[in-house]
Design a protein around this ligand. Structure first.
Ligand code: SF4
Length: 158
């Protein structure tokens, strides 16, 4: 929902903390997810994500969410899909050059990043191009699976 975008970036700090707690629960459930099968769980999780992130962040469900790096501003709302900073057309009052009705997603990203005071999610991290095979899939499950694999390869129990 467009109106929620700026609310979420203004509240990025505690929303980020809330998500971190939620992710810990998902990580704890990783053995169960593996038993059921991540593939089988993808559709229901993607549907929940679509509703919650769609409402809170106006998320476009790219399946490779980077809002943790962008102050909770979804870069897929950019008409040019800029994922590594703004184009050269942001207007003086922060409006998008393509869609002047909206604030540039990178102006919001800057605002959201200011709310997140530690350096865990720097805005400057270079993001890879969008993998179109992941669009519409669950970014939560993908992230949890990657983190659980990392922990397992480091010899830590999940
Ligand atoms: S002004 Fe911002 S939102 Fe608009 S196209 Fe450029 S980068 Fe994207």
């Amino acid at each position: 929902m467009y109106r929620m975008r700026s609310w979420s970036v203004r509240n990025a700090r505690w929303l980020k903390k809330l998500y971190a707690g939620f992710e810990r629960v998902l990580l704890w459930l990783d053995p169960l997810f593996r038993r059921i099968g991540y593939k089988r769980l993808d559709a229901p999780f993607a549907a929940i994500e679509k509703v919650t992130k769609g409402f809170l962040l106006d998320s476009q469900n790219c399946g490779q969410c980077i809002v943790g790096f962008t102050g909770l501003s979804c870069p897929m709302n950019c008409p040019k899909k800029m994922r590594n900073g703004p184009c050269g057309g942001v207007s003086g009052d922060g409006r998008c050059e393509v869609d002047p009705e909206m604030t540039c997603v990178w102006v919001l990203a800057w605002e959201g990043n200011k709310q997140i005071t530690n350096d865990d999610y720097p805005l400057q991290v270079v993001q890879p191009p969008v993998d179109h095979r992941l669009i519409g899939k669950s970014a939560w499950l993908r992230e949890v699976r990657l983190k659980a694999d990392e922990l397992a390869s480091d010899g830590h129990a999940v």
